[in-house]
Ligand binder design. Sequence first.
Ligand SMILES: *Cc1c(COP(=O)(O)O)cnc(C)c1O
Length: 232
Amino acid sequence: MYIARNIERIIERIARAAALAGRSTDEVTLLAISKTFDREAISQAIDAGLTKFGENRVQEAETKIPSFAGRPGLEWHLVGHLQSNKARRAVELFDIIHSVDSYRLAERLSRTCLEIQKKISVLIQIDLGGEETKFGADPNTIQELAGSISQLPGLQLDGLMTIPPFLENPDDVRPFFARLRELRDSIEAAQPGCLGRRHLSMGMSHDFEAAIREGATIVRIGTAIFGSRRNL
Ligand SMILES: *Cc1c(COP(=O)(O)O)cnc(C)c1O
């Protein structure tokens, strides 16, 4: 039952980081990133009380998500890059998409949502200059992008997401998290209500406490829950 124990520890660490930031734990959602892990591992996490899971590839989610149809109340998030030819399948499978990085993709998702009569929530992924993150919208044009995506009828725009560069010391990542928060606040100041629930999806296993200190509302945690991933 190492997964249940890991989850217990992560929840404690989230609570401590939130307290240090003068925030309530309820403001931080734990999203378990289950990519590469099997049904059995995810079932253990569900039994330990988790309901929100993130996957990074539509193809992998294709078999995994429907296999949990018998367990109601789960929420599935797509956190990886989405190619527009998989937009339809993504809408069918997921509840929230964190990786919207262009108007073109958002428009396609919105059209599909209207067609199949499903409203999904989306976040705009922003590229804050991490060399490892090849994807994400340009922060310099984010006002316009957020404004136009928020008008799309099939989608609910709910905030921003980023994947900062991997830096050994999590404190060195904090400026990236602060920058995402500042971008959110400036969008909300100029266009009140534009970002819906105003989510900041940021922080992973090795830096989630720093992200919480800077205002993260969704932390995406894989290895600290499930163990290390085999190379794909
Ligand atoms: C894999 C992944 C995570 C989780 O990373 P860990 O270091 O295993 O916690 C978070 N976000 C995204 C976008 C990922 O692809």
